[in-house]
Design a binder for this molecule. Structure first.
Ligand SMILES: [Zn+2]
Ligand SMILES: [Zn+2]
Length: 424
């Protein structure tokens, strides 16, 4: 009896998968049109007004429960299947970058905007136009299967993944704070990113730490101003700051467990003083911190603070350490990753699914994964025949996505949602 039930559920699942494929190809012309429209009309983080209206109107037409204005311009759509079951969330980011497009496309962006007080070109140079169009397509496919869905799908269209202008809040962190993972409570979340490191058709994934945590470090070293010829009459923050820069390199090389995860500490800015013979009052340094292990991240923060403060203290100066987190580690829940791997392989073909190397870039999807199990993976985006090793990378003005990733993206996300809900 049990075996029969099992076989029956497998049969239902495979007919459902065939139905997803059929509906995915039906929706493709629309997905391509949405993607080109969004590409031609890119908007910077927290400014995705036109894009979020396009998304919200579409979700409303599909009959979803739609919430707008989440974390400024975010949109959340809820699709309740007719059968009871868990809640799965799918996330797409909608923001573009301050980059002037150089790709020769009929729908290339000519948009301009103000950014940090300057006029800049605006371009979907990270491919978030494709993510948004893919998820709109998935919403249409799954809305058509509502009667057969065993659970609920939450569609999260997120603003400002690339960060926000100074002084603003936003992105995944703000969406989580505004309760996007509650009501109904999300059991698992999935997301994808188009990437220039592989050709279109390929999928790369990694269990555990996949993209690095990214923190901004600011250290203010306070001394006491004096004549450059009489250093003993003051406290020199330039010498203390120099010692701190060197000391911080021993945090990653001598203090943190190198077998656990790599850790990068970079000081990218030092500012202090205004004349050759004056020792200034203060030096400010800024840098970035990256690692792949959440515990390591905490440990790195603790050690940086002790190292900077103690070095400053030794010369009578004072160091104030401030660490602002852009994103935690993009950590793929290993059990969930294992569970969804057969779906990736079935949809993309066994040999097209490969293990990704960790990357020291960061992604704010990590904020969702801190609260619920999540799985984030990569779709190769480089056109066939072009060498991925030399193709323009994400964020380049020449970044170009092969549109064959659109049908693959729709099929893979729709299948992941249905397989997750069906195999509870
Ligand atoms: Zn990006
Ligand atoms: Zn991106």
């Amino acid at each position: 009896m049990l075996t029969n039930l099992f076989l029956l559920s497998l049969l239902l699942q495979s007919t459902l998968a065939a139905e997803i494929d059929r509906r995915s190809s039906e929706v493709q012309p629309k997905v391509v049109a949405w993607r080109r429209d969004i590409h031609q009309n890119p908007e910077l983080g927290n400014r995705e007004v036109r894009t979020s209206k396009l998304v919200a109107d579409h979700l409303q037409r599909l009959g979803l429960e739609v919430k707008t204005g989440v974390a400024h311009t975010g949109v959340v759509g809820i699709l309740r299947g007719s059968r009871p079951g868990p809640v799965v969330a799918l996330r797409a980011d909608m923001d573009a970058l301050p980059v002037t497009e150089q790709v020769d496309l009929p729908f290339a962006s000519k948009a301009k905007a103000q950014y940090n007080g300057q006029e800049v070109g605006v371009m979907h140079a990270c491919g978030h136009d494709t993510h948004t169009a893919i998820l709109m397509g998935v919403a249409e496919v799954l809305a058509g299967l509502k009667d057969r869905l065993p659970g609920t799908v939450k569609f999260i269209f997120q603003p400002a993944e690339e960060g926000v202008p100074a002084g603003e809040d936003g992105g995944a962190k703000m969406m989580v704070a505004e309760g996007v993972l509650e009501n109904p409570k999300v059991d698992a979340i999935f997301g994808l990113h188009v990437m220039s490191f592989a050709n279109a058709g390929r999928i790369a994934y990694r269990p555990g730490g996949t993209m690095a945590s990214s923190d901004m470090l600011r250290i203010t070293v306070k001394g006491r101003q004096t004549h450059g010829a009489l250093p003993w009459n003051g406290v020199d923050p330039i010498v203390a700051a120099s010692q701190i820069v060197m000391g911080l390199q021993t945090v990653s090389s001598r203090q943190l467990d190198a077998t656990k995860s790599p850790a990068v500490i970079t000081i990218g800015m030092i500012r202090g003083g205004n004349r050759y013979n004056i020792i200034p009052d203060e030096v400010v340094m800024e840098g970035t911190l990256r690692t792949f292990d959440p515990e390591m991240q905490d440990e790195m923060h603790r050690r940086i603070k002790i190292t900077a403060e103690s070095i400053a203290q030794a010369s009578g100066a004072e160091a104030k350490v401030e660490i602002t987190s852009y994103a935690p580690v993009t950590f793929n829940n290993p059990t969930l990753t294992d569970r969804m791997l057969p779906t990736l392989k079935r949809v993309a073909g066994d040999s097209n699914v490969t293990l990704a190397n960790p990357t020291t870039t960061a992604e704010d999807f990590a904020f969702y994964q801190r609260n619920v199990p999540g799985f984030y993976f990569f779709l190769g985006s480089v056109p066939a025949g072009m060498d991925a090793a030399t193709a323009p990378a994400n964020h380049s003005p020449l970044f170009n996505v092969d549109e064959s990733v659109l049908p693959l993206g729709v099929r893979v996300l729709a299948n992941i949602a249905v397989d997750y809900l069906s195999r509870q």
